[in-house]
Design a protein around this ligand. Structure first.
Ligand code: PMP
Length: 290
């Protein structure tokens, strides 16, 4: 039996899981999404992801059409249906089926899609040896346009940055905001360690309030490591002792070079390794069981 996909309350075989070409998620990227993980039959930070999804939906005036509780239960049901122990979960809510005009009033009902699958990770070598980043020309969306806190189906801004990085042989891109401050990568938040303290760019400058970012901040607190949100320049990054990225899919991934500058001694840092271990412990110890 192949994987089953949840669409609007029903399960469909992967090969038959389809939505209309008139869905505004496809026609206009009009919708929101979340990426979630489960570890050992426990969904990690499920409520946080559901809350963020509903915040994104509210911001674009999209009625999900079901309660948070019902949606969380549907996620768990989909995982059970597929008998997945460790999974990547993609939750998508689109404006739904409309006509060719962009007016959202034409879409009567949101489409709710839950895809669960095995997780595809960055190759193991990046966790052991670290990642090399490059700053790209494409800037992060300004908050006055599509606010970066909205995880919308319009990811072209980030995809353009990814294309730039891949084009010159790098896996990930550092994105700056329109004022030239460091914000985040294409699908991950960025942290640096300097003189024993931890820093990440503030959300108000345009960084997504990542759930993994939140977990790392919690770990810093429990380990009594000094932390603050800080406006970061590339210069600050180049002179960091350590650097790492955080995200649901990537978890915590060390960074060892930035725009050709070696960070620290060019290998994953001691603090980074502590955070990686702390995060692993967290994913094993908490979550919504199924
Ligand atoms: N920034 C962006 C732009 C992202 O798309 C993601 C992934 N959702 C993140 C950061 C990391 O967020 P999280 O830890 O919640 O996955």
């Amino acid at each position: 039996m192949g994987l089953k996909v949840y669409i609007n309350g029903k399960f469909y075989e992967k090969s038959k899981a389809m939505i209309s070409v008139f869905d505004h998620g496809l026609l206009y990227g009009d919708g929101v999404f979340e990426g979630i993980r489960s570890y050992g039959r426990m969904v990690f930070k499920l409520d946080e992801h559901i809350d963020r999804l509903y915040e994104s939906a509210r911001s674009i005036m999209l009625d999900v059409g079901m309660s948070k509780k019902a949606l969380a239960e549907a996620v768990v049901e989909t995982l059970k249906e597929n008998n997945l122990k460790d999974a990547y979960i993609r939750l998508v809510v689109t404006r739904g089926q409309g006509d060719l005009g962009l007016d959202p009033r034409k879409c009567r009902k949101a489409s709710v899609i839950i895809i669960t699958d095995n997780i595809i990770l960055y190759p193991e070598k990046y966790y052991k040896k670290g990642l090399s980043l490059i700053t790209v020309a494409t800037r992060r969306n300004i908050p006055e346009a599509v606010n970066p806190q909205i995880k919308s189906l319009n990811y072209l801004n980030n995809i353009l940055a990814k294309i730039e990085a891949v084009h010159v042989g790098f896996e990930e891109a550092i994105m700056l905001n329109s004022d030239g401050y460091v914000i985040e990568c294409t699908g991950d938040n960025i942290f640096i360690v300097k003189d024993g303290a931890l820093f990440t760019p503030p959300a108000y400058l345009g960084a997504l309030r990542g759930i993994t970012r939140g977990s790392v901040i919690d770990i810093a607190r429990s380990l009594k490591i000094r932390f603050s949100e800080k406006v970061l320049t590339r210069h600050k990054l180049f002179n960091a002792d350590e650097c790492f990225l955080t995200g649901t899919a990537a978890e915590i991934i060390p960074v060892v070079t930035i725009d050709g500058r070696t960070i620290g001694d060019g290998s994953p840092g001691v603090m980074t390794t502590r955070f990686m271990k702390g995060f692993r412990k967290l994913t094993k110890s908490e979550g919504v069981k199924y």
